[in-house]
Design a protein. Sequence first.
Length: 329
Amino acid sequence: MSSIYRRVIRIGEKSIGITLPKRWLDVLSVGVGDVVEISLIGKVIVVKPVTQVGGETNEVSISLGGSIDETTRVIIASYIEGYDNVEVIGQKDVIRRAFSSVEKKLPGSLMLEGDGSVLIKVATSETNVDLNEVISSMANILNSMFGKFIDYLESNKDDLLREVLELDDQMDKLYFLALRTIKKLSFRDPKRAIDDTIVVKNLEHAADALDRLSNAFMRIQATQCRREISEKLRDVWTYIMRAVYSYLENNINNAIKVLLDRERMLNNMLELANTGCTGLSGLLTASIHEGQLIVALAADIAEAAFSRHVRSIAKPTRLITGEELNSEE
């Protein structure tokens, strides 16, 4: 399209602006109320529509006839997919109960009941979400979960385990928000989106591992080997937090340390099998399994940090043609 000229005009008392041709907005499928990204590149102002690749609609209709579990998963998946309005057709009592079970985990979501269907609306604006802040918050929650679980092992206060479980619910909330944000804005930087997805998924999986361990220790009141388990998990705690901050801070040295230390950490958790604790084989097995899982998750995060670092230092090169080579000769 050819360039046009517009005069800067005043809008209200404190704002100024310019108008855009409607035919341009029609080409971009942008209308009144849509969000656009405005950035300053050098001395050029760039306006880009914030939409999903392929022009996917944010208003969908889904017919369901399944169980509460299936309905719950569909609601969560629709949220993560980035839909803003989801008309759910089915048994209202099932939809209502399913939504109530996950409402607190889906930021900005609400349910409106109509005559023949239920509308799930999401008011969250992903353009205002700083993904680094979300990942940092998830890291802080995981850090707190580890701290409370270790404190439980050293004090035997059951309330600390319940606090771990409550923190896992907060982790789920940030996890769903992060995935929704990544999916809706991934077109900006697809490679970064892949790395961010790896990190948020692994943080959530690590929190789930501590959730499972907490439930195991609530079922079986252990009196032996608590100190040994605590020492091993303290090392795992330090290990995964180093991995996370290597990603957030683009600290490649810490990422390398995490990757080089993976084998030692895995073997370190296996040493719990030789403690000789009687009657605690189930808890020891659970501690070893979850500890090794978190080690593997931490290594994946460090790999993502390495990928992010490589992209930050890589410089594109120009392909030299055969004609150019011949001319040099």
